[in-house]
Design a protein around this ligand. Sequence first.
Ligand SMILES: *Cc1c(COP(=O)(O)O)cnc(C)c1O
Length: 404
Amino acid sequence: MNTSPSYLMQTYSRRPVSFTRGHGARLWDAQGVEYLDAIAGVAVTNLGHAHPEIAAAIADQAGKLLHTSNLFRIEWQEQLGQRLCALSGMERAFFCNSGAEANEAALKLARLHANARQVVQPLVLVMENSFHGRTLATLAATGNPAVQRGFEPLVPGFVRVPYDDIEAVRELAAQTADIVAVLIEPVQGEGGVHAASASYLRALRQLCDERGWLMMMDEVQTGMGRTGAWFGFQHAGIVPDVITLAKGLGNGVPIGACLARGAAASLFSPGHHASTFGGNPLVCRVGCTVLDIMEREQLPARAAVLGRRLLAGLQATLGDHPDVVSIRGLGLMAGIELNRRCGELVGRALDEQRLLITVTRDTTLRLLPALICDEAQIDEIVVRVARLLATPAARQKTHEELQA
Ligand SMILES: *Cc1c(COP(=O)(O)O)cnc(C)c1O
């Protein structure tokens, strides 16, 4: 059952549950019922709910200064930019308020890059099954017809290839000289939790170098430790030209960032791009506090350890389950693909297991627990997911059975 509050546009089918309080990986509703959160606000609250240091930073900064506009220097923004660049190998940062906006900034860099090279009809190479956001340009970049339907005409200038397939990229490159950039996620989260192979990303990096394409990594979901490294591209030992961040960067305060190095870092000059709210003292101070905590507690490495435990646990309990097609993931991004559409599991997980999960691409149950979970909580997630899939109600008819 979904509720549709009548004064809100119906962009979401919401569960009829509302949380009033959280602590770490736990949430409570208004009746005091406790839930275990295995999605962290869709890869946002990586440090858990109500983290005392984040709360203190917000309160202190709110009492000093929230916003001055980017017409003036903002010390917290400069510090955050410098620290993110040091961690990622980038050189300059632009701050905005969301993942889609970070990608918009990257796409505008690609257009300026094309302009400098006098490419009149530039193309950005994007992937099947990708997700880059819901603004007009980012939904055109997104490889999911459901996101695009009804919003035609789409922003032009994108060409699409299958993910993790270097031959497809080479073939396209042989057909057109208009490609100026590639936009890609190191792990496709919304696309069903698929990781690109390291060899593919290295070959793609090489192709970008040969052709003068900007390699732009959408790290909105994978960045900030989620995959067991600070950034997903680091697993492949490459460095992109542009990266975009958002979700985990603010642990719940809205902040996005587009980082670049080399020539791409100097493409924007005054007048090219802007954001009224972007990078204000509040969100940037929170971003710095997120980095303080992550560095001190070595959370990217923790995510790698916990992620291995999560995948091993899922494999041990569900590896032989008749409905399970595949169990995959990287760090604390895990997907369990079933042989059927399983959207109904989200509500049943809440009601029956007091567990927050998501389902992507209709058939993949996705887990994105906070990086601060302890071992017992990771094990508890496995137990509840296994119980969810073990109960008879989960045995809906498979596709083949329906055909028969
Ligand atoms: C969530 C997401 C976005 C969009 O971020 P918003 O903050 O919702 O605009 C873009 N790219 C990826 C990979 C994402 O997971």
